[in-house]
Design a protein around this ligand. Structure first.
Ligand code: BTN
Length: 289
């Protein structure tokens, strides 16, 4: 394959048993792309799974696939990223075999202003998948952070290619720290993993399949029911969405206030300490004590 990954696809009924690839080496268990495709047979996300042992960024690969005309539903998955991308130009620490590093390719009929709702939607799907996997409830911090014990356990990075009124494609990159035992010094106090929080290791294949199933049903509901579905659910699940004292950094200004729910488009509203309610379009929102 041109992009250097392994493609697995769901078998057709007329074909023989699906090829199974169990990747193993040097004591590391890799996610079996064939099993993902097989487990998610008949589903949108699972028809085509691109598996990389190592790539720079699954988001970068997904953008390339999007421009090349790859259909909706492709799942791009890596064991290790050498240049994992985070929000606001940050990097995403992607230790080999320890986390889930996955990007989904979507071609929704949406206007570009609605695309950020997909970030929140993916957060909700990840929240449910994590709960089913670990029994623990993560916290969602608008717009893209998944936290446990106040530390970051996952994040979403959505990118798109769009015309002024119509999305061409959107890619939703999801990183979940799964089995990391420790993190580099600079992020050690800010990051955590499912393993550290639950005290046991987790199958990344199982977590991925849960995530894909949750996302597929959430995505279909969003397309059917619109923004309201995402906004209402996010407000229910995230204790951050209202009544939380926060510090907002937009790049232009920094202010303090209290979160006051989401707009119908999914923007966070903050009642400034001295001033009006402001909608946060972009920026870093952190809890202020
Ligand atoms: C953030 O919280 O800053 C977003 C992190 C998103 C990380 C994921 S890992 C899979 C995908 N590929 C990337 O390069 N980034 C996203």
């Amino acid at each position: 394959m041109a992009l250097g990954g392994t493609v697995a696809r769901t078998r057709r009924p007329s074909e023989g048993p699906a090829e199974r690839r169990i990747f193993s080496g040097e004591g590391t268990r890799y996610i079996d792309a064939g099993l993902v495709a097989q487990t998610d047979e008949g589903k949108l996300f699972g028809k085509r799974v691109y598996h990389f042992f190592k790539t720079d960024s699954t988001n970068r690969v997904a953008m390339e696939l999007g421009y090349a005309g790859e259909p909706e539903g492709a799942v791009i998955l890596a064991e290790e990223q050498t240049a994992g991308r985070g929000r606001s130009g940050r990097s995403w620490h992607s230790e080999r075999g320890a986390g889930l590093y996955v990007t989904l390719l979507l071609r929704p009929r949406l206007s570009p202003v609605q695309a950020p709702l997909l970030t929140m939607l993916a957060g909700l799907s990840a929240h449910s998948a994590i709960q089913a996997q670990t029994g623990l409830s993560a916290e969602l911090k608008w717009p893209n952070d998944i936290l446990m014990d106040g530390k970051k356990v996952g994040g979403i990075l959505t990118e798109m290619h769009a015309e002024p009124t119509q999305v061409r494609f959107v890619i939703v990159g999801i990183g979940i720290n799964t089995n990391q035992e420790k993190f580099p010094h600079d992020i050690a106090s800010l990051a955590t993993s499912l393993r550290k929080e639950s005290g046991r290791t987790h199958s990344r294949l199982e977590l991925l399949v849960r995530l894909l199933n949750e996302f597929e049903s959430d995505y279909n509901r969003f397309l059917r029911e619109g923004a309201r579905y995402v906004v209402d659910r996010f407000e229910r699940v995230s204790s951050f969405a209202s009544g939380k004292r926060v510090r907002v950094e937009t790049g232009f200004e920094t202010y303090f206030g209290t979160t006051a729910g989401l707009t119908s488009d999914g923007l966070l509203q903050v009642k400034r300490e001295e001033g009006p309610v402001t909608m946060v379009v972009a920026g870093d929102v952190t809890e202020a004590r």
